[in-house]
Design a protein around this ligand. Structure first.
Ligand code: GLU
Length: 429
């Protein structure tokens, strides 16, 4: 149950460009291209609702600690809202608002019947025991019991969460409604209604959209080198699947640093190393540790895949990027101030709301399977997800050609147009 602490609006982030502002500046450009009327603009601009909760958790030392959690529902015009839950010490309400809006645009770009939402809890899961994380997750679920629901708002994993947390969430929600309710959350373990192909789905979508972009640019995957920032779920799968296509992954990184190997890193080996070293690459010897991890972004590679956090490509380093193609595995890795520099340099960007939408697409398949009570084969999941990714890529590419605009703005144009048209038919909700 949420505690009654009085909430104070956090000060805006000063360390980095505010992701909400980055999102809004692209939104504004796209709505102008579309000539969106004021009414629809105002409806789409602000989140539908923001819920702030304070969750008391008994820690292992017997003391109660109160955690602050958020759920922002940006929009439900296309359907129930969808989006992950982030556990991180840097979670910030403005960030969650931006991430929720990106979910709306992401679902619209791939044409799945969902609105957008995002959740977050300010916590450091790396310093918490499994029991503490379980109590936190169950407390958050209880606090959000009237927000979540298979037809209302469907959470999923994001940074710091995974199948384990989704299982607790599903169990706690099911208890509150008195019936097993698998479709309330996606990204569950396979044995309890998860979908085959969900774990690798985001990384796979990054690979599929990177291949589609390489084709347009006349790049041969076998002659392409890449750097992948972030070696969590998205980055490691993207690196593995790209390397299976012949791309030479020269650089990978995680919180422990960036690792370079001119001859290409053996990704299976790096993943195996990480799996037995608490999920980190510290001490990995298959590549050389770089002096400065940020140099990954400006290294001599053809393809750059930022798959870690927001705002890593900025006006300060964009000038030095050597890659011809950027495929955004993370949400919001490029600050809006870097866009003009990247465009000026003629770098193609497959933007986050397109490139990383493979995750939510297979989440949608999971939800459909839960509602059908019927499990799909892995081939069926992969074939359908790849088709959706390729169709979305072609639609965004055609829009960028039609208006002579970068792929990022084209993706917003496609998404906003879909939501705005639906709003016109539906009327307000
Ligand atoms: N957290 C993921 C994202 O940012 C997945 C969301 C989902 O599957 O609902 O796209």
């Amino acid at each position: 149950m949420a505690a009654t602490t009085v909430y104070k609006e956090p000060a805006p982030r000063v360390d980095a460009e505010n992701p909400l502002e980055s999102m809004m500046s692209r939104f504004n450009v796209a709505t102008e291209i579309l000539g969106l009327d004021d009414e629809t603009y105002n409806v789409l601009k602000a989140p539908d609702k923001q819920i702030i909760v304070h969750i008391p958790v008994t820690m292992d030392n017997g003391k109660v600690r109160v955690f602050e959690g958020y759920r922002v529902v940006h929009n439900t015009i296309l359907g129930p809202s969808k989006g992950g839950i982030r556990y991180d010490k840097n979670v910030h309400l403005d960030e969650v608002k931006a991430l929720a809006a990106w979910m709306t645009w992401k679902c619209a770009v791939v044409d799945i019947p969902y609105g957008g939402a995002k959740g977050g809890i300010i916590c450091d899961p790396t310093t918490m025991s499994a029991g503490e994380i379980e109590r936190l997750t169950r407390g958050y679920t209880l606090a959000m019991k009237d927000v979540f629901g298979p037809d209302r708002d469907i959470p999923a994993p994001d940074m710091g969460t995974g199948p384990r947390e989704m299982a607790w969430l599903m169990d706690e929600f099911s208890k509150t409604v008195g019936a097993t309710s698998p479709a309330v959350v996606t990204g569950k373990p396979l044995v309890m209604g998860g979908s085959l192909g969900r774990t690798e789905a985001t990384g796979r979508g990054v690979m599929v959209s990177a291949l589609a972009a390489m084709k347009k640019l006349g790049m041969d995957p076998k002659q392409t080198s890449a750097a992948v920032q972030g070696f969590g779920n998205v980055g490691s799968w993207a690196a593995k699947l790209l390397s299976e296509q012949g791309v030479k992954i020269k650089c990978i990184s995680d919180v422990s640093g960036a690792y370079w190997n001119e001859n290409g890193i053996n990704i299976d080996e790096a993943v195996a190393y990480k799996n037995v070293h608490k999920g980190r690459l510290d001490g990995y010897t298959g590549a050389t540790l770089m002096d400065n991890a940020d140099d990954l972004l400006t290294s001599e590679v053809d393809l750059l895949v930022p798959a870690a956090v927001e705002d890593v490509i900025t006006e300060h380093n964009a000038h030095d990027i050597k890659a011809k193609l950027i495929v955004e595995g993370a949400n919001g890795p490029t600050a809006a101030s870097a866009d003009p520099i990247i465009n000026e340099k003629g770098i193609m960007v497959v933007p986050d709301i397109l490139a990383n939408s493979g995750g939510v697409t297979v989440s949608y398949f999971e939800w459909v399977q839960n509602r059908q009570g019927f499990k799909w084969s892995e081939d069926m999941v992969t074939e359908r997800a790849d088709r959706i990714m390729n169709e979305a890529f072609e639609k965004v590419y055609a829009t960028s050609q039609k208006y002579n605009i970068p792929m990022r703005i084209a993706a917003y144009v496609v998404a906003i147009d879909k939501v705005a048209q639906t709003y016109k038919f539906r009327g307000g909700f």
